[in-house]
Design a protein around this ligand. Structure first.
Ligand code: DP6
Length: 354
């Protein structure tokens, strides 16, 4: 008897140019393109095992050991159905392929970091889910990562960027069916190995406003978002791509900080306003600004997603300097686990500066 099972793991990605807003909520088509860095260490990953078996009576998902309901027509169901449909096409085309598309699936997923704490858990989660079922169905041999990103996108928009390593763009696309809204690799990790990301965990509590509901409120109420979509992001995507290609850190860093600022500005411009950053987040912004000012050059870039946690992009030669500063001004933080890893994680806690 054959065992039909596959395990895949996917890391978190942290956006430099933020995705915020959908033009189609069912297909998850964004209002603007975005660009992120996929973290490549072991600390922030989802690992998913999928198994198909004739004896299973329904598709079942466990997240960190707890069974989650798979809502019919919901995001998980859409991803599973699309992968199953593609498997069926392959089975119909090749009679040697075992007929497993009719079997129900058991899927177990595990995050090694807090879920929904502004650490892009849904991105890693759906990327790992899609990868593992794609492997189980041998679709990874016939579809590219970009093609699979079309499916992961329908699980969670940012998930499409976690299927590739390095620097990844999600092209918003123009078509109504979403077939051109996919992720492409701008540069592999090896292109800029000196790039590091320090993850400063300000809080690992679950966030108040989910990205999904927050961004739609912004689409409906924020005039600033229209300006961002039409007049800011298109140029920023070009500029940051060029900066990455030229390994121009000051430009990369400036654009990253500007885009984080504008993302949080459109949140503030939403009715009612959404606040993701807190006092500790803002103190970390000041620390980075002061650090760059004192250095006389841009050596570090902060960025914040839909939560208070800070990610600091920094080149390897300056990791220790900025890590030491964070620890000095936030004494509740212990020494970073590994300052020379791509990222280090430590809970910063409350600001303890007098
Ligand atoms: C602030 O991908 O979580 O992290 O598509 O509704 O699942 P859904 O939203 P999600 O939004 C991520 C928003 C962000 C910015 C980014 O990662 O680009």
């Amino acid at each position: 008897m054959s065992l039909y099972q596959a395990t895949a793991s996917a890391p978190v990605n942290i956006a430099c140019i933020k995705y915020w807003g959908k033009r189609d909520t069912a297909l998850i088509l964004p209002t603007n393109s975005s660009l992120s860095v996929t973290l490549d260490q072991d600390h922030l990953r989802s690992t998913t095992t999928s198994r198909a078996d004739a004896s299973f009576t329904k598709d079942t998902l466990w997240l960190n050991g707890k069974e989650e309901v798979i809502k019919p027509g919901g995001r998980t169901a859409v991803c599973i159905e699309e992968l199953r449909r593609l498997r069926k096409v392959a089975e119909d085309a090749n009679s040697n392929e075992p007929k497993i598309s009719s079997f129900k699936l058991h899927i177990a997923s595990y995050n090694n970091f807090p879920t929904a704490a502004g650490l892009a858990s849904s991105a890693a989660g759906f990327a790992a889910l899609v990868s593992s079922i794609a492997q189980l169905y041998s679709l990874d041999k016939v579809l590219s990562a970009s093609q699979l990103s079309l499916i992961a996108r329908q699980g969670s928009g940012s998930a499409c960027r976690s299927l590739m390593g390095g620097f990844v763009a999600w092209q918003a696309g123009q078509l109504a069916d979403g077939s051109d809204s996919l992720a492409v690799q701008v540069a592999p990790r090896e292109h800029w190995p000196e790039m590091h990301a320090l993850i400063c965990v300000v809080s690992d509590a679950k966030k108040g406003t989910s990205s999904t509901s927050g961004m739609q409120r912004t689409v409906e109420t924020s005039p600033l978002l229209q300006h961002r979509i039409n007049h800011v992001v298109p140029q920023r995507m070009k500029d940051i791509t060029a900066a990455i290609q030229a390994r121009d850190f000051p430009t990369f860093a400036r654009l990253t900080m500007q885009d984080s600022n504008q993302f949080h500005a459109v949140c503030l411009d939403t009715e009612p306003p959404i606040f993701y950053m807190n006092d500790v987040s803002r103190a970390l912004v000041q620390l980075v600004v002061e650090y760059n000012r004192a250095a006389g050059e841009v050596r570090a870039a902060y960025t914040y997603d839909a939560g208070p946690n800070c990610v600091i992009y920094v080149l390897q030669k300056h990791v220790k300097e900025i890590a030491n500063l964070v620890v000095r001004f936030f004494p509740l933080a212990e020494t970073f686990k590994d300052p020379f890893a791509l990222f280090a994680s430590e809970k910063i806690g409350e600001l303890a500066v007098p």
